[in-house]
Ligand binder design. Structure first.
Ligand code: B12
Length: 255
């Protein structure tokens, strides 16, 4: 099958047919009038030949809809550029050896879910001894001293702890993005670090399902990791960045 990268369309029944499924809720009583409101709304979004495939009462004057229809839009894949942290991930043993031989001391990492965020699963996936998706978390690495501070940690407390344990790296997990609360909280962390003259002291990394590397850089972080991140990717990035920083500071070049 020939795929035209300049005109990528969604497909449902047959290739390139543009069929998509869309779900949303409305503050409307469930019934024929609600279905019609959903149909009109989806039409205004540009969907053609559409039908309300499913609808349901959510109670108290609210209702839920799934609409199926043809979306005429397409994207040009050749024009898309995505910024990602470039890491050629080493494995657990290679990372430990790299740190031991090239940096010569264990690296100290402090992580937390900050602000109001209580979603600890993502941070645990990266830090926890038991690991995630078959990969050990940072706590398991002999060459990392990892402190996981848990959920809803205020930014000043995170900074205080990082200073106290002389951390090399601060890891922040941010999952909830409602009303852009994550942006305010992440910006606040960077501002606090800058105000205290501490920003350059730490490698500052943020992760979460709605975090991109590009967004992280814009907010003043060193790196951002999104969905599906594995612990060795983060560990490799940390080891290589700190090694690079050491070489820069000691004025070495090459290799
Ligand atoms: C489990 C869960 C909860 C649990 C959390 C329990 C816990 N201890 O973590 C509970 C029930 C407490 C909860 C509460 C809420 N939740 Co919730 N929750 C989820 C759920 C179902 C799964 C999240 C998860 O664990 N994913 C698995 C992990 C492994 O994936 P991950 O977080 O993406 O992590 C990976 C990467 O992002 C990255 N990563 C993550 N962090 C970090 C950090 C670093 C440093 C690095 C390098 C990488 C990294 O690496 C990880 C591994 O690959 C999601 C829906 C979903 N299916 O995703 C909703 C979801 C995240 N929750 C949501 C909401 C709205 C809430 C509440 C506000 C609901 C409410 N009204 O009360 C509250 C907020 C509580 C709070 N104060 O934070 C929304 C967020 C929507 C948005 N736009 O932000 C979601 C998407 C559900 C939805 N569709 O609406 N939730």
């Amino acid at each position: 099958m020939q795929i035209d990268e300049k005109r990528i369309r969604a497909y449902g029944d047959t290739f390139n047919d543009g069929m998509i499924q869309l779900s949303f809720s409305l503050p409307v009583e469930h019934g024929p009038k609600g279905d019609e409101a959903a149909r009109i709304l989806a039409g205004k979004m540009g969907l053609e030949e559409l039908e309300v495939a499913f609808s349901r009462d959510l109670g108290q004057g609210f209702s839920y809809y799934i609409v199926y229809g043809r979306c005429p839009a397409y994207v040009d894949l050749t024009q898309i550029q995505v910024s990602q942290v470039e890491v050629d991930a080493m494995d657990y043993y290679e990372i430990n050896r790299f740190i031991e031989e090239r940096i010569g001391r264990p690296l100290v990492v402090v992580g937390a879910c900050t602000g109001t965020d209580a979603h600890t699963v993502g941070l645990d996936a990266i830090m926890n001894m038991k690991g995630y998706a078959g990969e050990y978390g940072l706590e398991r690495y002999p060459q990392f001293h990892a402190y996981n501070l848990g959920s809803q940690v205020p930014n000043p407390d995170l900074i205080g702890r990082a200073v106290e344990v002389e951390a090399d790296v601060i890891l922040v997990s941010q999952v909830v993005t409602q009303k852009n609360v994550h942006l305010e909280n992440l910006t606040n962390l960077v501002e606090l670090l800058e105000a205290e003259g501490l920003r350059e002291r730490f490698l500052l990394i943020v992760g979460g399902p709605r975090i991109s590397h590009e967004m992280a850089l814009e907010l003043g972080f060193d790196a951002g990791f999104g969905p599906g991140t594995l612990p060795p990717e983060v560990a490799t990035y940390i080891a290589q960045e700190i090694y690079r920083g050491q070489r820069r500071d000691s004025g070495k070049s090459g290799e």
